[in-house]
Design a protein around this ligand. Structure first.
Ligand code: NAD
Length: 338
């Protein structure tokens, strides 16, 4: 069955209860939606899937790819997130950051729930997996609650590889009841579903994790560059660090030096394409610094790392869209030009 443009009014009623909508089909969202929809379809052949993206091409490509692989699956394309909310009981959003989440929920999803009324809203669930500002997320969740919609923040860890494999970790913030409601949906896209605490707690955990990751990726680049300057083969050095106290994900999985890892193929093997964009890491370091300031937490290494990513993006804008391990390429070129 070919994907079609959604007519939300035709979805109201029985079909809405069997419909799940995914908004934001970028690098992560497209893989997550694929796992969620394919696993749901395996269990419920009459389930209805709705996709929506600001770049309509992303939604169209996803829908035609999915229906090509799963003939008989019902996939519709919503023109706006509001249409998606009118048509599906479960909504998942995977957007770049705070401005997009505010816009999608405040200008589209909330008005749709005002239109639907508290009874239908009360049967609905919104899961936001975007990494964004904690306070902005809590404010959106509170307003959704006022409209009777259950909502959790459920940012992810595991990257595009984890999204593709369905092995993501979901860090969930919300009430116990909302967590329980979201868990079955999240389990179709991830392996570890952790209830971190009330609304915003999932994001707090995510931001703290990415603060560490952002710093580690830079220091990994520094250590591997230094080693090469001292005449070490980066593969040998990566093997040594990988089995020593300096080991971390940036060394053993997301190693930034082409050819340094024998059994994994990190983004550096593809000109740093795919993976987690430097622009997004810069955003996450900014989120950490903001919360650090609000809570009077000293973050000297976080501050320094944010400056390095800002420099990379400013001086080499093309690296902004590449995996953040491209910070190695930036430092390497600086070292060469010394
Ligand atoms: P992305 O930029 O590839 O995807 C975002 C998608 O949202 C795009 O398709 C975009 O067109 C769409 N979008 C933007 N504004 C929209 C709107 N108003 N309405 C509908 N769609 C809209 O980003 P990504 O890499 O998939 O990351 C998404 C989120 O996940 C970010 O918050 C990021 O920090 C987080 N994250 C990413 C990774 C990773 O490895 N890429 C890992 C963990 C967490």
């Amino acid at each position: 069955m070919a994907a079609r443009i959604l007519n939300p009014l035709s979805q109201l009623g029985a079909m809405r209860g069997k419909a799940v909508a995914f908004i934001g089909l970028g690098r992560m969202g497209s893989e997550m939606a694929y796992n969620l929809f394919s696993k749901t379809f395996a269990q419920e052949k009459d389930a209805h899937f709705i996709v929506c993206d600001a770049l309509k091409d992303n939604a169209t490509k996803f829908a035609s790819n999915f229906t090509g692989q799963f003939p008989g699956a019902h996939v519709s394309i919503a023109e706006t997130p509001g249409e998606a909310a009118l048509s599906a009981k479960t909504l998942i959003t995977m957007l770049p950051s705070t401005p997009q989440v505010r816009e999608v929920y405040e200008e589209h999803i909330m008005p749709a729930f005002v239109h639907l009324g508290p009874q239908i809203a009360g049967e609905s669930l919104a899961i936001d997996s975007t990494t964004l500002d904690v306070k902005a997320s809590q404010a959106v969740a509170l307003r959704m609650k006022d409209l009777c919609v259950a909502m959790v923040d459920a940012p992810v860890s595991g990257g595009v590889t984890g999204a593709k494999a369905g092995t993501l970790s979901f860090l969930v913030g919300g009430t116990e009841a909302d967590f329980r409601q979201a868990e079955p949906t999240l389990s179709m896209m991830g392996k570890r579903i952790v209830h971190c605490g009330p609304s915003g707690a999932g994001l707090g955990a995510k931001i703290a994790n990415n603060l560490m990751l952002g710093v580690q990726q830079i220091v990994t680049a520094e250590a591997l560059l230094l080693g090469q300057r001292l005449g070490l083969d980066p593969a040998v050095l990566s093997g040594v660090i990988g089995s020593s106290t300096g080991n971390c994900w940036s060394v053993s999985t997301n190693n930034p030096v082409p050819g340094a890892l024998a059994d994994v193929s990190p983004p550096c093997e593809r000109e740093y394409d795919g993976g987690f964009a430097t622009n997004l890491m810069l955003k996450d370091m900014g989120l950490a610094l903001e919360v650090g300031q609000e809570t009077s937490t000293p973050l000297p290494l976080g501050k320094a790392a944010a400056e390095v990513y800002a420099q990379v993006v400013k001086e080499r804008p093309e690296l902004g869209g590449k995996d953040f391990s491209a910070v190695y390429k930036y430092l390497y070129e600086q070292a060469v030009s010394v």
